[in-house]
Design a protein around this ligand. Sequence first.
Ligand code: BGC
Length: 360
Amino acid sequence: MLCSCGNNKPGTGKPGVTKELFGKLPDGRSADIYTLVNNHGMIARITNYGGIVTSLMTPDKNGKLADVVLGYDRLEDYLKDSPYFGAIVGRYGNRIAGGKFSLDGVEYTLARNNGPNHLHGGIRGFDKVLWDAESFQNETGVGLKLTYLSKDGEEGYPGNLRVTVIYNLTNKNELSISYEAETDKATPVNITHHGYFNLAGAGNGDILGQELTINAGRYTVVDNTLIPTGELRDVKNTPMDFLSPHKIGERIGQVDGGYDHNYVLDNWDGTLHMAAIVDEPVSGRMMEVLTTEPGVQFYSGNFLNGSNIGKGGKAYQKHAGFCLETQHFPDSPNHPDFPSVILLPGKKYHHFTVYRFSAK
Ligand code: BGC
């Protein structure tokens, strides 16, 4: 069914994928929204504008669905002002110091869109472009394949980069995301997903009482513009330690500005590993995050301040959601000792992350 109202309606409950018009971009192109339903009735709504997951309905311990991601009802709100709600971010997710890096003796200059630094791919990153989309349904679940050609020079990056992102809502109640890219010139690549989660339901209070575990004994220390100094510091005996479960709010007052740090995942070898677990004690919802990436940015929604009025007219206050952005370390192009983010022609960029939902 085609709908020009742009309303973010829930799905029909039947397994499969439906496509509707989400709205029009300023240049007249249409953005669609896809409703994916798996065979347990879990529902994801994804638009090909920015590859944004606008809604994710997951069951609590009594089987009651709630939407656990922050976002908007209407495309125009995403176009106006979104702090990357639910979007794919790239070509380089996170920060690059001064918007500068050198590759093979050539200095490249990127947009400075975050104080003195480059953040999340620049002024018009992957979160603000229209992707080509194709939905699918198979024995594993339902999904959406998104493709985008990021042209040589886009936002200052070298090389034509062909990107494929596949969202799969599996019949195991997982939202898995596969990222692949190929280039014709060496370029930094670090693509991630910027979902803001609240396992009690979006707009239903803050996330400070939700319990977090991160499988990381170290984090990248940052300066006051959130650029890594190069030091990987032990979390032991500090409020940064989530090796065992802690409520997000338990020690947040001791962390200047709140959590906004890249954790260095233990035992990284490029295969799929458990990175983090979040438990919400009242609904019983649990989310596990598995990834092939070496790091995860834990961001506790510190910059939300009630000015973003989200789905159902709910204002998102400080700490209304948290992000767990699986990634390479921030500013890696300027830190030769960090795992490399440089994709060479003839090679393939791979990143696979799973957000797995259950309740107890
Ligand atoms: C960053 C934050 C930033 C937020 C939204 C996160 O990934 O780490 O510093 O404010 O994205 O813009």
